[in-house]
Design a protein around this ligand. Structure first.
Ligand SMILES: [Zn+2]
Length: 74
């Protein structure tokens, strides 16, 4: 699909690192499947992937972990 950020690049399937902040927690999730813009590097997560990543971030925040690095496991 066409990137909606830079409006010139095309996106391609790949993996990215997603960093999310929740209250005082920072969650870094590596190897997340995403569509990535060849031009600006913006990533787009599918709906199920995004839900899963946000749920992981919420769970980490509830444990009051300050920084956590995870690997996305499908
Ligand atoms: Zn782009």
């Amino acid at each position: 699909m066409k990137c909606t950020i830079c409006k010139t690049g095309e996106t391609h399937p790949g993996t990215t690192t997603v960093t999310l902040q929740r209250d005082n927690s920072v969650v870094v999730i590596r190897d997340v499947p995403a569509e990535i813009c060849e031009n600006c590097g913006e990533y787009y997560l599918s709906e199920p992937t995004a839900s899963r990543v946000y749920a992981d971030a919420d769970a980490t925040a509830k444990r009051h972990v300050e920084v956590e690095i995870q690997r996305y496991a499908a």
